[in-house]
Design a protein around this ligand. Structure first.
Ligand SMILES: [Cu+2]
Length: 149
């Protein structure tokens, strides 16, 4: 009976280690402004990552999502929106869904101040540390289950 209790504890510990193996890290990417351009203009990120636009007050910029592709007459599609131009200096949006997202700076869209974000689906590949955790968890689970028999 005592042995069963111990074996169960080891099995539960193994499962806990397995489940605590971290998923892919989330990254915040910076898109700044230079004159009447977003830099970089096009960027590819992983689902779950964030974009932080900076330097929006350099020249009364804002960030407004539009339908793709953008044109000089693009307007808001009701998506993300940093508000009135020059109202904030930084603006951050997290992108959880894969796809392509286009945006403009409203005052300068006629000057070509547009950008796009391509969000790729995350395919988690464990790092070496994570493989170690997974292996340890699997071993503990295996030993615990074996001892229960
Ligand atoms: Cu602008």
């Amino acid at each position: 009976m005592k042995k069963n209790w111990f074996a169960s504890a080891v099995a539960v510990w193994g499962m806990t280690v397995l489940m605590s193996a971290p998923a892919g890290a989330q990254t915040t990417h910076i898109v700044t402004t230079s004159g009447f351009d977003f830099v970089p203009e096009n960027i590819t990120i992983q689902a779950g990552d964030s974009i932080m636009w900076t330097d929006l007050q350099a020249a009364f910029h804002n960030v407004v999502e539009t339908d793709c592709p953008t044109s000089s007459s693009s307007t808001s599609n009701g998506g993300f929106d940093s508000g009135i131009a020059g109202g904030v200096d930084t603006f951050t949006v997290q992108f959880n869904d894969a796809g392509t997202f286009c945006y403009i700076c409203e005052p300068h869209v006629s000057l070509g101040m547009v950008g796009s974000i391509t969000v790729e689906e995350v395919t988690p590949v464990p790092t070496l540390d994570e493989w170690g955790l997974i292996a340890m968890g699997a071993l503990l689970l295996f030993c615990g289950v074996r001892a229960l028999r």
